[in-house]
Write a new protein. Sequence first.
Length: 226
Amino acid sequence: MAQPLMPHATASWLVDNTALSFEQIATFCGLHILEVQAIADDTAATKLTGRDPVRAHELTQDEIDKGQANPNYQLKMTKGPEQVRRTKGPRYTPVSKRQDKPDGIAWIIRNHPEISDGAISNLIGTTRTTIAAIRDRSHWNIANITPKDPVTLGLTTQRELDAAVAKAGKAAGADGQPTDNRLEGDREALIAQLQAERTQQSRDADSALHGDDPAAQARALFDDRH
């Protein structure tokens, strides 16, 4: 299902400007209902600036009216213009938003520690040196850096962030399944023991046949008489 370009900011606007239920807003924005509740209660990490989905051509007023009249109605998103997809090369960030990069980096480090510095660099369009400085708190402006959602700040898209989280989680899952070789030594020892027992049995049989073992001869003689 298509989602708004900025889900959290859109949810904030819908909470403040409509009578839609939290569940309707959560479904439309692709969020958990508790996230919408937090936005409504102003308990989110940052105060979001609302984004009008009607002006963004992502939702019509008619759809909002239908949703307000029927709490069970699911809002249908208006197909807007295709997002510009970045191919190769560094991400361009408007000058007005470049000061927000440290806040976005800090948010990712805090909320998604599984994402590598390289992936963060691609998402935000920054250098690994800056990321490392924020990570170890040696950044020159660390006292004024406040973790903020980079999607809300307009530094990346929700789709790109979700893809980076999924890729990092998959990589962590693959690395977290080492091969268990603890039983290899026991298995080899058992095979060697069985081979030794078979060799000894063969030797005992040969000794009994050729009369090399008196005890074996006695057992063989006893078996013949009975």
